[in-house]
Design a protein around this ligand. Structure first.
Ligand code: UD1
Length: 423
């Protein structure tokens, strides 16, 4: 297994290109199941999660061709061979559940392994299932699989209010509703930019949808969808992660393709902490020119709130702030596993349930640490870049799920970082 070695190296300078969004791509890819015509995604990120989704779709008979070094994914579901998403692939990635809605809508049946729990909490899929049931799906849960069947006349439009906001459940219901008979109204729907991106793609494929980006999405079912080409939206989580690099190490970085509107709540918190953010023709310039950052409190919330996927990285920043901050995690239980690792580097953090109190220190110290999940792993790299001495991050396979070319991108702005084989 590989390790990443990081050494603190002072202020950063240069530019980092931001990739297409992993989470958008993982829901756009299953949309190919909705049509027998080709769906092509451009600006796709090169990540292991995308390769896992590719393998899953291929196992169902979808043709997936990766072009331009993986940045273009040409898919075709004209000759599906299976309705089944096997446990062996689903267990690697929860987003596999996103094949359920589209497969059921187009083929009238689907068998999908239930994803297990994962490191950041229980993460059930009950909301995905209830929304599909509201559209008439018959579901049978046995042997760790959900066996789903649509009525013989197909799924029917329905009004469904999500009891809590779920990104994945909104995506599954939305895709299924595009081919249902009649009108579907999804209330308390997720408003994330990845949902808006999915709707834009579905519209290019001929779907009739209104209200994306608000809490109520209305879908008028159509008989069939057709092929399209769609560019994947910018990855706001990769963007926010790299915005924190100059905030922690000093210097100035331009993030190519960066947009404040994707991350308004996060940008407000950075501004309060004393970080300067400026829009440029090519993206965003982020700088910390002098002094320590100020401590600010943060509570994660569904979009447009502060993203849970940036909580670990923001905690790394707060470890170096002047004063104390309280970070509250409201989306996932057990998402503070990076705290004990940051503590090994000299951070002062007390975790009580869903809250972490971080008292800033002047300097972190390098240490051997372990990545526990995707976002936690990159928070340790950021901390290592701002620490004195050497930090070794092990279990970096988590990182490969969500950050393409992380070593190359950070070296490009002056970080001392390398990837080595574990001895
Ligand atoms: C997506 C993102 C993930 C991000 C999360 C929250 C993808 C591939 N992943 O995950 O990176 O951290 O949004 O922004 O897009 N819940 C239920 N029942 C369900 C579904 C969810 O109780 O059926 C709960 C979850 O346990 C969690 C909350 O709802 O507490 C929100 O989860 P959800 O928005 O569904 O997250 P994901 O779509 O899995």
């Amino acid at each position: 297994m590989d390790q990443i070695i990081v050494r603190g190296n002072g202020p950063l300078q240069g530019e980092i290109p931001i990739a297409g969004a992993k989470n958008a791509c993982l829901t756009l890819m299953p949309a190919t199941l909705l049509t027998d015509q080709p769906l092509t995604l451009t600006n796709a990120p090169r990540l292991s999660d995308i390769r896992t989704m590719t393998a899953l779709l291929q196992s169902m008979g979808v043709e997936v061709t990766s072009l331009q070094d993986g940045q273009v994914l040409a898919m075709s579901s004209h000759a599906l061979t299976s309705h089944r998403a096997e446990y062996d692939i689903v267990r690697k990635m929860r987003a596999s559940i996103l094949v359920l809605g589209p497969m059921l809508a187009r083929e009238g049946r689907a068998e999908v392994s239930l994803p297990g729990g994962c490191a950041i909490g229980a993460r059930p899929v009950d909301l995905h299932l209830s929304a599909l049931q509201a559209m008439g799906a018959e579901l049978d849960l046995r042997d760790g699989y959900v066996y789903a069947k649509a009525p013989s006349a197909g799924l029917k439009g329905a009004e469904f209010e999500f009891p809590l906001v779920s990104v994945g459940a909104t995506e599954n219901a939305l895709m299924a509703a595009t081919l249902a008979r009649g009108t579907t109204v999804l209330k308390n729907a997720a408003r994330e930019p990845e949902i808006v991106d999915l709707v834009q793609c579905l519209r290019r494929m001929g779907a009739q949808i209104e209200g994306e980006g608000t809490g109520t999405i209305t879908i008028q079912g159509v008989d069939s969808l057709h092929g399209a080409t769609h560019p994947v939206v910018t990855d706001r989580i990769e963007l926010g992660t790299y915005m924190l690099a100059p905030a922690m190490c000093g210097g100035e970085i331009e993030l190519l393709g960066g947009r404040i509107d994707l991350l308004a709540a996060f940008c407000e918190k950075l501004d309060e902490a004393g970080i300067s953010i400026n829009e440029t023709p090519r993206g965003l310039k982020v700088a910390r020119k002098n002094g320590r950052v100020r401590a600010v409190d943060v509570a994660t919330a569904p979009y447009p709130g502060f993203p849970t996927d940036l909580q670990a990285q923001f905690m790394a920043l707060m470890c170096l702030a002047e004063g104390s901050s309280v970070l509250e995690e409201t989306i996932f239980e057990n998402r503070f596993m990076h705290a004990p690792e940051l503590t090994r580097m000299g951070a002062q953090i007390e975790v009580h349930g869903g809250q972490a109190k971080v008292t800033g220190v002047r300097q972190l110290r390098g240490a051997p640490v372990m990545a526990t999940d995707l976002r936690a792993s990159v928070s340790l790299i950021l901390a290592g870049m701002a620490a004195e001495g050497q930090t070794t991050v092990s279990r970096v396979y988590h990182l490969d799920r969500g950050y393409e070319h992380v070593v190359r991108k950070l070296r490009g702005v002056g970080a001392l970082i390398e990837r080595v084989k574990e001895e």
